[in-house]
Design a protein around this ligand. Structure first.
Ligand code: ADP
Length: 613
């Protein structure tokens, strides 16, 4: 390219050079011809007028010609050069004109494009503006139509705008009027300004409740922040939760009512139930009955225990629902616990004429720390189910136990030869109110296993099931219980005690009096607080058992009167149906111990022994 370019340029230069020289040559040739022509004309004219010519006549014009020719050549070349210059200038001008023209054309095109772009942009801008306007209308319609309230304030807390609903709620017509109202109503102003400082401090949302003109709002505030992260305003959004609040309150009240009802019912039913259990226990132990009478007595006892346990399930289910359930640990004589469980489960299987086998493998410490009531409930639920769903065969209960360090690993396996549970049902049966299809004809509530599972979890234990449909089921519960020290008094009461029993319910009096007398004590009964105070004054007593709810005064009143006014020294033991009480409350009223109803013989012995002297 460079090579050819060079040759081309050279050819051009040469042609140019030749072109310029040719003009000069042509001028020279023209000069020569002109000289010759002038010479010839001069010779002819000279010959014409003088009749001859000399050499001088020839040489003279030649010399003039020779002298003139360079001037002619110079003259022509000069003219040519000027013409050439002019030509080049014209060419350059043409070129520059063409360039200018092209530039103008391009500029025009560009301008045209710009105009077009501008038009397109203007169109787009208008479209966006229209859309924005539509959206603004749309949003302002939403903001105004919403049943909620919306308020916008700047960073200094000055009101900048609000929605129609807020204006309507406060009976104002404009945001400016609202500002005036808030100037006078500081309480209302406080509702809007509440937690502004926290919002500014944390630069995050805050939520609270506020009541305006009887309407409860859930207020939600959000900081409005610009691109630089500076707070430019505070958005407040209040959602009407009056109905929700009302329903929540109603729900809570219903739940409270339900709990109160359950606890009242349980309290009321426990008294007669405890009477049946306590008295049938005493009757069974006195050994006055045999044969059918004894069987009936056992049935009465087991039925009453069953009813009590169903109540326990219902009460604790309510506690699980209200998340108020707590495990109550106490030292338990493990062997006694196992023996009691064996006795009760044997009694239960006897009712249905089923085979019964009970075995214990391994050994653990004498005292373990556990919740005996709830563990008893778990075992009762599983045993009751095993018996309920078994028509033939029997129930086998295996207790496995061993000490691992400070803890006793214990497991109870309750196996039956009953209807069994299909694999796909085995997870479901722990659900609340779940009963396997086809087993509903058996009595039941569908809450036993649910409560049992909850108990196990609360006691850090586990429950497992192994069952074959038609062949029987096996439920295993396992726990780890800490060993503990406990000073247990001997079960024998050495000294006959003078006991004051302050109790107003006849059946309770019967149970407690029978138990106390069976243990060889002398019993004084007071059915009111007044009677109790009289007996305190008259008799020489060793201990008093005090019911907490008497017709004329509370147990606490009796205790306060006796200790503070009468300077009484006889130890007082409270009798209460409430499972959990604050021990400090009893201490404050000079009460030395608490016994839960139903009275159990062993608990009674244990408590009375402290006052044997
Ligand atoms: P229920 O009061 O109905 O016994 P549970 O919660 O104790 O309520 O048991 C739920 C369901 O699990 C029972 O209705 C029954 O269908 C099934 N079930 C529980 N234990 C057994 C068992 N040992 N054998 C067969 N089915 C059982």
């Amino acid at each position: 390219m460079c090579f050819w370019g060079t040759i081309e340029q050279r050819v051009k230069l040469f042609m140019n050079w030749l072109y310029q020289r040719s003009i000069v040559c042509l001028a020279a040739i023209l000069g020569v011809f002109l000289t010759l022509f002038i010479t010839v004309v001069h010779c002819i004219v000279t010959f014409w007028f003088s009749g001859g010519i000399s050499i001088f006549d020839v040489i003279q014009p030649l010399c003039y010609g020779a002298l003139l020719t360079p001037f002619v050549v110079f003259f022509f070349s000069q003219i040519f050069s000027d013409v050439e210059k002019a030509r080049v200038q014209i060419k350059d001008m043409k070129k520059s004109l063409a360039k200018t023209y092209v530039a103008m054309i391009n500029q025009r095109d560009r301008n045209l494009t710009l105009t077009k772009d501008h038009e397109v942009l203007r169109g787009q801008k208008q479209k966006v503006e229209k859309e924005l306007e539509e959206q603004a209308t749309f949003f302002s319609a939403i903001v105004d139509l919403t049943p909620d309230i919306i308020l916008y304030r700047d960073a200094a807390g000055r009101i900048k705008g609000c929605n129609d609903n807020l204006l309507r709620l406060l009976g104002t017509k404009s945001a400016a009027q609202l500002v005036d109202v808030l100037k006078d109503d500081h309480d209302l102003d406080d509702i809007f300004a509440k937690f502004d400082d926290i919002l500014k401090q944390n630069n995050s949302d805050v939520t609270y409740e506020g009541t305006i003109n009887g309407v409860v709002y859930q207020m939600r505030k959000r900081p409005a922040v610009n691109a630089e992260g500076e707070l430019i305003g505070i958005m407040l959004y209040g959602h009407d939760i009056t109905k929700l609040k009302y329903e929540q309150d109603l729900l809570e009240k219903t739940s409270r009512d339900k709990s109160n009802f359950i606890s009242t019912l349980s309290h009321e039913l426990r008294t007669p139930l405890n009477g049946i259990v306590g008295l049938s226990d005493i009757l069974m132990q006195t050994g006055h009955f045999s044969g059918n009478d004894m069987r009936n007595l056992k049935a009465i006892n087991v039925s009453a225990v069953t009813l009590g346990n169903i109540f326990n399930d219902v009460i604790d289910l309510n506690k699980f629902e209200r998340q108020t359930f707590t495990v109550i640990y106490s030292p338990v004589n493990w062997q006694d616990f196992i023996d009691d469980f064996e006795t009760l489960s044997h009694l239960m299987t006897e009712q249905k004429n089923l085979d019964f086998s009970f075995s214990v493998e391994g050994k653990v410490e004498k005292y373990l720390l556990l919740d005996p009531t709830r563990l008893r409930q778990i075992l009762w639920n599983l045993t009751a189910n095993a018996i309920k769903f078994t028509k033939e065969g029997g129930i086998t209960i295996t207790v496995k136990q061993q000490m691992v360090g400070d803890e006793a690993d214990v497991s109870f396996t309750i196996t039956d030869t009953g209807i069994g549970i299909a694999k796909e049902e085995q997870d479901k049966i722990f659900g609340l109110y779940y009963q396997v299809e086809g087993t509903k004809q058996a009595t039941g509530t569908g809450i036993g296993l649910h409560v049992t599972k909850n108990y196990c979890e609360a006691m850090n234990g586990s429950i497992g099931i192994d069952s074959d449909l038609g062949r029987g089921s096996s439920f295993t519960v396992s726990f780890k219980f800490k060993k503990c020290e406990y000073k247990e008094e001997t079960q024998q009461i050495k000294k006959r005690l003078n006991v004051l029993l302050v109790e107003d319910v006849e059946l309770n009096i019967l149970v407690a009096k029978t138990m106390l007398e069976k243990l060889g004590n002398r019993v004084f009964v007071a059915k009111t607080g007044r009677e109790a105070i009289d007996i305190f004054a008259k008799e020489k007593l060793d201990v008093a058992l005090l019911d907490m709810q008497l017709p004329d005064m509370t147990g606490f009143d009796v205790a306060d009167t006796y200790v503070e006014k009468m300077q009484g020294k006889v130890p007082l033991i409270a009798l209460t149906a409430n499972v959990i009480n604050d021990p400090k409350e009893y201490e404050r009223h000079h009460i030395n111990g608490v016994m839960n109803k139903p009275l159990s013989l062993s608990k009674l012995v244990e408590n009375l022994q402290k006052y044997q002297g």
